[in-house]
Design a protein around this ligand. Structure first.
Ligand code: ATP
Ligand code: MG
Length: 188
């Protein structure tokens, strides 16, 4: 089954008088369960593409379907809901909340999953902190962690919601080869 579909998607940014065409007519189809890597030089539009698939930004032209749903028809609230249930995003710049501990950062999106009891939620958080090797640093805030440790908290946060889709933007950029390999296997 097709989980992601893009049809002739274009994204332009306007900065003052300058217009940047970040994506030009992208058509893409991704089946459920597929592991896909997108490679390209800096500035080629990789993050832009992930932001559109992750419903964080909208396309200038073209259509995007997530799990069969045309995201162009949805309100901001509906998109937030779709994201919370369907998409785990590992951002290039992590986007951890600075005032929350590693544990609280992973727990935060789970608060929306009302079917989980508090005990189940805490257990889920600890499990994912453990699999990314950060359990020992559960109480640390992001500024008390190394870049690679922050990256692993971001990976734990994305995995913990059990999303249908994981979007990971250069998720191993701050990791050594071995840790990076383990993280990619986890996401697979
Ligand atoms: N919010 C924005 N406003 C204006 N221009 C932007 C914005 N975000 C991205 N761009 C431009 O769009 C183009 C694609 O950027 P993008 O961040 O998608 O590239 P990338 O492939 O992820 O690069 P990198 O490998 O360096 O992360 C670049 O020319 C960038 O300057
Ligand atoms: Mg990028």
């Amino acid at each position: 089954m097709e989980i992601i579909r893009l049809e002739n998607v274009t994204k332009s940014y306007r900065l003052g008088r300058q217009k940047v065409k970040a994506l030009k007519q992208v058509t893409l189809s991704v089946e459920d369960g597929v592991f896909l890597a997108i490679a390209g030089p800096s500035g080629s539009g990789k993050t832009t593409l992930l932001n559109l698939i992750g419903c964080i930004d909208d396309a200038t032209t073209g259509k995007i379907f997530i799990d069969g749903v045309d995201v162009g028809d949805k309100t901001a609230n509906e998109l937030a809901d779709l994201r919370a249930r369907t998409i785990g995003f590992v951002f290039q710049t992590f986007n951890l909340l600075p005032v929350l501990s590693a544990e609280e950062n992973v727990e935060y999106p789970l608060l929306q999953q009302k079917q989980l009891t508090k005990a189940e939620r805490k257990e889920r958080v600890r499990h994912y902190l453990e699999v990314v090797g950060i359990l020992k640093y559960a109480a640390h805030r992001p500024n008390q962690l190394s870049g690679g440790q922050r990256q692993r908290v971001a990976i734990a946060r994305a995995l913990a919601i059990h999303p249908r889709i994981i979007l990971a933007d250069e998720p191993t950029a701050n990791l050594d080869h071995k840790t990076g390999y383990v993280m990619v296997r986890l996401m697979k």
